[in-house]
Design a protein around this ligand. Sequence first.
Ligand code: ATP
Ligand code: MG
Length: 355
Amino acid sequence: MELTALTIRNFRNLAALDVEWPERGAVIIGDNGQGKTNLLEAIYYLVLFRSFRGVKDRELVRFAEAGFFVAGSAGHRVTAGYEVHGARKKVTVDGAPVGKLGDAVGRLLAVSFSPADRVLVAGGPAERRRYLDVLLALSDRRYLDALTALRAALRQRNAALRRGLAEAAWAFDEPLAHAAAAVAAGRLAWVERHAARFGELCAALGEADEPGVAYHLHRGGAVDAATVAAGLAGARERDLRRGMTTIGPHRDELRLSLAGHETRWVGSAGQQRTAALALRLLEAESLARIHGTNPIALFDDAFAELDARRQERLLSLIGETLPGQAIITAPRDAEVPAALFDRPRWQMQGGRLAA
Ligand code: ATP
Ligand code: MG
């Protein structure tokens, strides 16, 4: 997949950008705080219609402006606009407004690599559940629908539980059980299918410590609705007492390990970085296979802190997995591997791009 044109208005510090992208992408160099990550965030906004930094839409609006607008062409033309007043978000694909965001999610495909990805490995289970949810939502519309249903059922059941409205809460058990089973089944199947490849990618990046990945269902969780429903029924008293739903995939874990110990707790900084890179490469491979096209690669200062050998191995994997368009940012030329510098070099300053 290839991004050809990009338009940005009032997205963070990017007041107005109109960019024609070269086929192979570009290297963007700029001092700290000039807007490099903001630019990648704007591109990725067209993938998920939310920030990859996990902030609210209103934070993305340029200070003192009424809203932002981003449009990109990559085969399809996708646009997204947000207005602070009324918190209105509007998305179009090829000129037609979409009713549900799910209809537009994943039209534009990208994978973003950043040193901040280390939280995928070092952070709590929610970070890794989000990794799976994003990847699977971009891969399978039914997964996204199940995830949306799960969130709605959980929100409403928990609201009823907090107010002690038992009957109102139990009314959500059935839809919750169905959505929960579908989400857990989707995650479990993906992890089982890709676990061996995760180990290979870690090893190819230089990890020698028996890397592993497994999906752990929380107590009472299951991949069939009847079992989840039984679990929910059995947990009713506890849920009422605690004012929250204690059964379901929102408590499951994607566990990364080194020789059987959780990477989160035992991994060195470099080992955690390696596992995070392997997760991103796996994401790229998985999306490429399902969509039959390579995602656009966004490398946000992604090569900093890597030793020479790891960097070389990463580059060789990138050459296989993401051979196409790449947008690479860094504060200095020296932070961009020579192998990726076969692209035009642009300069980012104060939210403006210059050749
Ligand atoms: P680094 O090399 O440090 O990662 P960067 O070029 O990636 O820097 P960005 O994160 O893209 O920097 O941009 C940060 C700048 O954007 C900050 O100066 C910040 O004040 C500005 N900024 C963030 N949000 C907004 C906003 N809503 N409106 C205007 N400016 C914003
Ligand atoms: Mg940055």
